[in-house]
Design a protein around this ligand. Structure first.
Ligand SMILES: CC(C)(COP(=O)(O)OP(=O)(O)OC[C@H]1O[C@@H](n2cnc3c(N)ncnc32)[C@H](O)[C@@H]1OP(=O)(O)O)[C@@H](O)C(=O)NCCC(=O)NCCS
Length: 138
């Protein structure tokens, strides 16, 4: 498996993967937004045998990095992508990696396994939905 920056030719595959995150109120799979992330070089993909099996958008914020979206369709890929994000933080001397995660995704346990020791459930936080705020010191 290879992790690399995404390019425009991966757009379709990326949007297809991101559909799993879509809610009634928010379309994470919208092409325009992914194109923007690709152009910023914030979008990474995991490629296995020529197929895109994972995607992560890593967005620089005020002195920290935020995982904006993360999707894996092959076990082990989520861990690889988060470890990739941790490596990028280390290389750039960034002390904090964090994300929002809607409670409906039930991904809190995954982030805990990845060492996100800070975990807060905020009620009706994101589009009126319960959402975890998860953080990891680097
Ligand atoms: C959450 C997600 C990214 C995890 O990716 P993955 O490739 O399945 O995860 P990995 O196989 O790398 O798992 C790493 C570890 O976390 C555990 N894990 C994975 N998903 C988990 C979950 N939802 N809850 C608890 N533990 C989980 C695995 O069992 C594994 O544990 P191990 O190291 O002891 O074997 C993936 O299931 C996914 O894309 N889900 C749908 C979209 C989503 O919810 N994204 C997160 C939105 S913020």
């Amino acid at each position: 498996m290879k992790i690399q920056l995404a390019h425009v030719q991966h757009l379709r595959d990326i949007c297809e993967l991101l559909k799993v995150l879509d809610t009634e109120k928010r379309k994470f799979s919208e092409e325009k937004q992914s194109l923007f992330f690709i152009s910023q070089q914030w979008c990474y993909i995991a490629v296995e045998s020529g197929n895109v099996v994972g995607v992560m958008v890593l967005e620089p914020t005020e002195g920290s990095y935020k995982i904006y979206t993360l999707v894996s369709k092959q076990k082990g890929t989520g861990k690889l992508l988060v470890n990739w994000a941790i490596d990028i933080c280390r290389k750039n001397n960034i002390p904090k990696l964090w994300c929002w995660s809607l409670a409906r995704y039930a991904a809190e346990g995954f982030y805990k396994k990845m060492g996100f020791a800070e975990s807060f459930l905020l009620h009706k936080q994101w589009d009126g939905e319960d959402c975890y705020f998860l953080g990891k010191l680097i």
